[in-house]
Write a new protein. Structure first.
Length: 152
């Protein structure tokens, strides 16, 4: 497991809040990322991950031709610890991270399951180039469908 400081948020180099990213890669095809805000002194962080400090959480698997997002949670709701501008930056970072890893691993598409009411799709995924595929249902729940983004 590796942990790194992603970014200093305010313009201070000594003691302030930063984003911390912890990631784990299992079997070279299962990825887990956790990101949270922590008070930091230079590159030493003091707050461990917790739900209340979460900025984003991401889990995905890579198969031979696709990257399948199993869990994506960006803390941009009403209880958010990030403001609107930070939330936009975090969302951009997360989707760029996913795309860059997919390209590096030579996969053709990125897939995520979304609820058939499409609330999250319209809010978070449509502008990122994902297209719903109503023919592919989630194997656990038929009310969830697949949204895909082609990389070719």
């Amino acid at each position: 497991m590796s942990t790194r400081i992603l970014k200093l948020l305010p313009k201070c180099n000594y003691y302030d809040y930063k984003y911390i990213i912890s990631y784990t890669i299992y079997d070279n095809n299962k990825y887990n990322f956790l990101c949270w805000k922590s008070k930091c002194l230079y590159n030493i962080y003091y707050d461990d991950y917790s739900y209340y400090r979460k900025v984003f959480a991401l889990d995905f698997n890579i198969a031979k031709d696709m990257l399948k997002i199993k869990h994506l949670s960006i803390n941009n709701d009403k209880n958010s610890i990030t403001n609107y501008e930070e939330s936009k930056e975090v969302k951009k970072f997360v989707f760029d991270l996913i795309k860059n890893i997919a390209i590096k691993k030579n996969v053709n598409k990125i897939v995520i399951d979304v609820h058939s009411n499409l609330n999250r799709y319209n809010y978070e995924l449509k502008n990122e180039g994902f297209i719903t595929n109503h023919d592919v249902k989630c194997y656990i729940n038929p009310h969830w469908i697949s949204a895909e983004k082609s990389l070719i």
